[in-house]
Design a protein around this ligand. Structure first.
Ligand code: AMP
Length: 283
């Protein structure tokens, strides 16, 4: 595996990979776990070469968020990626990604308005801008993202369509189902912030979500099922709920009840200062 830290060396390395096969790209912020590695394995099945980026993007963190505390484990991550057969690791620093004078922001309206867009102002502008830059830097044939960050995936697909991106084309943005711990908790780099007691409470989230989905499927009004879900989380030791909502799976518009189009249950909740998100299909 080759590791590159400048846009120029990245371009050269990707060019030579592309000469003998397709390139799949997996963007990450590092502190890799089985969720990330599942994206890499899926990428390997779909393309001749896999490029992974590790960049903790400051512009997608709010002023009081965990940018400084976010885990950074480049040496260990690098070993894990090498063992998975990754061809190229793109690991720019902040100055390489945002040179002096950087002044452009991509803002995807609508799909990024609710949920994490509302509870983390500016977050999706940071995500859309850095992902657009990463796409232009790597110019992959396809890119893989986790469904764990459902709204992020919707924002990136919208951006790719709206900006007529060709590398990757919107149709080549692949969503990969959420990888979970044995007790159902969605894997996340942020799970390591949890104490043993908090970690136990966190497992209530996916269970309570399944209960709410079953209730909605049985005809209970969504508002009632969501109120019960919130009460369960607060009773289990969650400190606050950012949102718990039923939404159209593509447009992310809030729904009162599931209709013909696919719907999604989306939740963000805090245990202490750790913010956990999860989402599941409804119906
Ligand atoms: P992050 O490093 O958190 O920015 O995540 C990098 C990529 O891995 C994103 O596309 C995430 O959606 C994806 N990802 C993170 N956790 C999981 C998970 N538990 N299952 C599947 N994909 C995940």
């Amino acid at each position: 595996m080759q590791t590159v830290n400048t846009v120029e060396s990245l371009r050269e390395a990707v060019e030579s990979l592309r000469e003998n096969g397709t390139v799949a790209f997996v963007p990450t912020m590092g502190a890799l776990h089985e969720g990330h590695l599942t994206l890499v394995r899926e990428a390997r099945k779909r393309a001749a070469h896999v490029v992974v980026s590790i960049f903790v993007n400051p512009t997608q963190f709010g002023p009081n968020e965990d940018l400084d505390a976010y885990p950074r484990r480049m040496a260990e991550d690098s070993r894990l990626l090498e063992a998975e057969g990754v061809a190229l690791l793109w690991a720019p620093d902040v100055a390489e990604m945002y040179p002096a004078g950087f002044a452009t922001t991509i803002s995807v309206t609508g799909v990024s308005d609710n949920f994490c867009g509302a509870s983390r102002p500016g977050h999706f502008d940071g995500v859309a801008t850095v992902v657009c830059k990463l796409f232009n830097q790597v110019r992959p044939d396809m890119a893989l993202f986790g469904e764990k960050d459902w709204q992020q995936l919707a924002v990136i697909r919208r951006m790719a369509r709206d900006l007529d991106l060709s590398r990757p084309h919107a149709r080549d943005i692949v969503g990969v189902p959420t990888v979970r711990e044995a007790d159902g908790l969605a894997m996340s780099s942020r799970n390591q912030y949890l104490s043993a007691e908090q970690r136990q409470a966190a497992a209530v989230l996916p269970r309570a979500m399944r209960t709410a989905i079953a209730a909605i499927a049985a005809g209970e009004p969504a508002a009632q099922a969501l109120a019960a879900l919130e009460a369960t989380l607060l009773g289990a030791g969650f400190s606050s709920i950012d949102y718990a909502a039923l939404a159209d799976a593509q447009s992310l518009e809030v729904l009162d009840a599931p209709g013909q189009a696919p719907a999604r249950l989306l939740v963000a909740a805090r245990i202490g200062s750790t913010r956990l998100i999860d989402n599941m299909a409804v119906g």
